[in-house]
Design a protein around this ligand. Structure first.
Ligand code: NAP
Length: 433
């Protein structure tokens, strides 16, 4: 029997476990450890609540979780409750699949003003992540600035723009639905430091902006290069750009405007005691398509500023870390002998949920190739449970999660798949009932 600990129960963790089971069959015992009492990481806390079809992938992860050789150990924080060194002493391989749940900083003056937040906080708030349930975003403002031109910026703009009725069938948490129902937002500025050809938005997600009940996108036609230049684009981006061109050609008036502000980089956020405006510098592209400031400045009003500029992996004491890129220092997933990383913790926050499948398979193959074939002398799960008992940790099993899951489903408002618990205490009380 080989013993493997996977830290993190999001897509990268489950795809790695699935691949290990495929390669080692009955010869592996896998413990999937998560700091939250609930599994599935980004699927639960990151994927937009109105994109339920993407969340259906959790059924596949459940199949892995219910394998006899797999255990879920929730509510254990590696690096605090149990160290990575202790795990490495217990398991033949330890895989860090901890994702990238922390915001990258804008590093501009005014970033700490009330009303300024990162997408991890804001997305975590509307998705009921216990770390961000108390965020209280200032939705009493008429103007919001969203920094970044990726899919997260699109998710955030769409969630801010939707009517309460448009959340029917979603699992947006009650506190967010209630706050958004009273929102006074009228203008959402989507600020991109480069141009329409450089967006990181996928066509399906961008196309959704054309179908919102009370909001419509607005794009300045003069921001585009010649239409003929679109032919040079990779097909996905070309389709996205065709959506942008359609938005520019057919402006629609609705109560909320989603304004694409291209070629603008934020240089400061200003306001008396809270965010009131973002100061932007006009940019142009250099020969390498990087944005460079032109020296021309202007401001847009913004009582709330949400930076959707990418994420980073939280460091763990004793694990080599690449600060510039916000991920563990690794060579093709290997951090140290016996210690691996996978998914966003390995490559940074890029790609879709599905990108983690080949990623998990590569790490699993590597682990199988690099683990001695002789019988393991590691204690694995038995050792983990000894530590849990000695430290009086409140480990949450997959059975416990299924009780929490059933209670969330039972509490769902009409048409919603579930009403999530948004505090760890509520989750722990529920699993014990
Ligand atoms: P992203 O795709 O990397 O986009 C980040 C955006 O922020 C880029 O437009 C980038 O501009 C901009 N940016 C970075 N630093 C900046 C700065 N200092 N000032 C101004 N702008 C800055 O990241 P993301 O949107 O967070 O998405 C993360 C991953 O999750 C992506 O792979 C995304 O596709 C995926 N995702 C997918 C879905 C979906 O499939 N439905 C939904 C959400 C997220 P530059 O290009 O100039 O660097």
């Amino acid at each position: 029997m080989h013993h493997v600990a996977i830290v993190g129960s999001g897509p990268a963790g489950y795809y790695t476990a699935e691949a290990l089971l495929r390669l080692w069959g009955e010869d592996v015992a896998i413990d999937i450890i998560d700091r939250l009492p609930v599994p599935f990481g980004l699927i639960r806390s990151g994927v937009a609540p109105d994109h339920q079809s993407i969340k259906a992938v959790t059924r596949r992860y459940e199949g892995v979780a219910l394998n006899n050789n797999v255990q879920f150990a929730g509510n254990i924080l590696i690096g605090k409750d149990i160290s990575v060194d202790e795990l490495m002493a217990l398991y033949d391989a330890v895989v860090l699949a901890t994702g990238a749940p922390h915001d990258r900083k804008l590093d501009i003056p005014g970033e700490d003003l009330p009303g300024v937040m990162g997408s991890a906080e804001f997305v975590g708030w509307y998705n009921g992540h216990p770390d961000h349930a108390d965020l209280a975003p200032p939705l009493d403002t008429s103007h919001v600035a969203i920094i970044g031109n990726g899919n997260v910026a699109l998710d955030v703009a769409r969630i801010l723009a939707k009517t309460p009725e448009e959340f029917h069938g979603s699992d947006i948490v009650a506190h967010a639905l209630e706050s958004l129902s009273g929102s006074r937002i009228r203008t959402i500025n989507l600020i991109g430091r480069r141009g329409p050809h450089q967006i990181a938005m996928t066509p399906k997600e961008l196309g959704e902006l054309a179908h919102l009940e009370r909001a419509a996108p607005r794009v300045d036609p003069t921001d585009f290069p010649d239409a003929g230049d679109d032919a040079m684009l990779e097909p996905g981006i070309r389709k996205s750009v065709s959506h942008l061109r359609a938005f520019a050609a057919n402006p629609v008036a609705k109560p909320i405007t989603i304004e694409f502000d291209f070629f603008a980089r934020p240089v400061a956020i200003e306001g008396e005691g809270r965010a009131e405006r973002v100061v932007l510098e006009r940019t142009a592209l250099d020969a390498e398509l990087r944005s460079v400031g032109t020296g021309e400045h202007y401001s847009v009003p913004a009582g709330m500023v949400i930076a959707c500029i990418g994420y980073q992996t939280p460091p763990i004491a004793g694990v080599p870390y690449e600060h510039g890129r916000g991920r563990f220092a690794n060579t093709d997933g290997l951090i140290l002998p016996g210690l691996y990383c996978v998914g966003w913790a390995r490559r940074g926050p890029s790609g879709t949920i599905g990108t983690n499948k080949p990623d998990g398979a590569i790490i699993a193959e590597r682990i199988v190739a690099e683990t001695p074939t002789s019988p393991s002398r590691k204690r694995g799960r038995t050792g983990l449970h000894d530590l849990v008992r000695a430290r009086k940790l409140d480990l949450v099993s997959f059975d416990d999660w299924q009780r929490i899951d059933a209670a969330e489903i039972a509490a769902a408002r009409h048409g919603a798949p579930r009403e999530k618990f948004v505090s760890v205490d509520e989750m722990l009380v529920t699993k014990s009932q």
